[in-house]
Ligand binder design. Structure first.
Ligand SMILES: *Cc1c(COP(=O)(O)O)cnc(C)c1O
Length: 395
């Protein structure tokens, strides 16, 4: 049985490795979240916003041309059609409602590529709550359109100017802020990472994805289970949502797709399950890319959302125990798929999502297997990257 235990572990991965001073904040959250989750009024408010604000249920689309080409029944779960263009908002809606119940007045978050920052700024605007998003100074330059979006939504984007001036440094600043404002501030983490209860809490907010898949598949195929589900993994929140209701249905194969960057052995990669070793990052024990003496190795991927040196503890457990299969996909393969999917189905995927599709070329499956690929986000944010490489991929 795959489930989190009372101390926040999936097998040997998880837990809450935090500075003493954060203990009260994390403990308050741990006590509150499972009760809030069971509360009927909370569920009603959460479900209503998912429906009318986010636009759920998202369609489960039968991709006819792809299916014909690959000799399988391929369905796409259309998280790209969520408000703000990706699955991330499912989680930020859940967390802002939780923050309100805990009578928090301020929201902080950290962001790398800016997608989680935008999803957080969006729900803060929705609830009229002040929002500070920490972001590495270098990322602020690299991700100008998302910075503009956050500002438009009324958030303050605070640059992290220490260290490598990227995500890891923004995270440190956010944690420092939280330590200094423990009673009135909630910290919205954007993936199934961080100290317990975040990985479990974020997985539950995202589990609406597989909850919908079950009845949508039942409607379309006569059974709730696919043979195979596929999702890309940065920290692992869209994959956790896609796998959640199938974790203990062992006949459903779970495929986690990681970014190999320039190649798993190139030194420029983010394939954590292959390159990672056990250690502590961001408050939990998991697999991460580190040097033998425990320094974090800078990850690389063309897609900013998969460019993370760790992996959520749930996924570390699923992959280590053999319940999930990990597949690595290079920048080049993902780019090819971004163009291919655009032309095969008229859907421009996010670069992160394009990695998930490339698994189709690497998997063994039976003819007419039912495959669901989670289409985690749309590609508008990546148009500059696509156009920069247009000639290379249109020979
Ligand atoms: C952020 C992001 C991801 C990666 O994050 P996970 O927590 O692993 O889901 C994947 N796809 C899209 C579209 C994203 O914005």
């Amino acid at each position: 049985m795959i489930a989190i235990d009372s101390r926040g572990y999936y097998g040997e991965f998880g837990g809450a490795y935090i500075p003493e001073m954060l203990h009260p904040n994390v403990e308050e959250l741990r006590r509150a979240y499972s009760e809030v989750w069971k509360d009927e009024a909370f569920q009603k408010e959460f479900r209503a916003l998912l429906k009318d604000y986010v636009g759920r249920p998202t369609p489960l689309y039968f991709a006819e041309r792809l299916s014909e080409k690959y000799g399988a029944q391929i369905y796409l779960k259309r998280e790209d059609l969520c408000h703000t263009g990706a699955h991330k908002v499912n989680n930020t809606i859940g967390q802002i409602l939780l923050a309100k119940r805990l009578h928090k007045k301020f929201i902080i978050a950290e962001t790398g590529a800016g997608q989680h920052g935008v999803a957080t700024a969006t729900v803060c605007a929705l609830m009229g709550m002040p929002c500070i998003v920490y972001m590495g100074e270098i990322d602020i330059e690299r991700q100008a359109p998302n910075v503009a979006r956050m500002r438009m939504l009324g958030a303050e984007v605070r640059p992290a100017t220490s260290g490598s001036k990227t995500l890891k440094d923004a995270t440190n600043e956010a944690i420092r802020h939280w330590i200094n404002h423990p009673t009135d501030t909630h910290y919205i983490i954007g993936s199934v990472v961080g100290p317990h209860p975040y990985p479990d809490m974020v997985a539950r907010f995202q589990s609406v994805i597989s909850e919908e898949m079950m009845w949508q598949l039942e409607e379309k195929t006569g059974r709730p289970d696919p043979d195979i589900t596929i999702a890309c993994v940065g920290g692992g929140s869209n994959a956790a949502g896609t796998f959640y209701h199938y974790l203990n249905r062992r006949h459903v194969r779970l495929i986690a797709v990681e970014a190999a960057g320039l190649g798993v052995d190139s030194g420029e990669s983010a394939a954590t399950s292959v390159l990672g070793t056990k250690g502590v990052i961001h408050g939990s024990r998991t697999l991460l890319m580190q040097t033998p003496d425990g320094q974090i190795v800078e990850p690389y991927s063309i897609s900013a959302g998969l460019d993370y040196p760790g992996i959520g503890p749930l996924h570390a457990h699923l992959i280590n125990s053999g319940r999930a299969e990990a597949i690595s996909v290079t920048d080049d393969e993902a780019m090819q798929w971004a163009y291919y999917l655009s032309r095969m189905e008229g859907i421009i995927p996010a670069l992160e999502t394009a990695h998930a599709f490339a698994a189709l070329d690497k998997l063994e499956y039976k003819k007419d297997d039912v495959i669901v690929i989670n289409l985690s986000g749309r590609g508008d944010k990546d148009l500059n990257t696509f156009i920069k490489h247009y000639d290379q991929y249109n020979k």
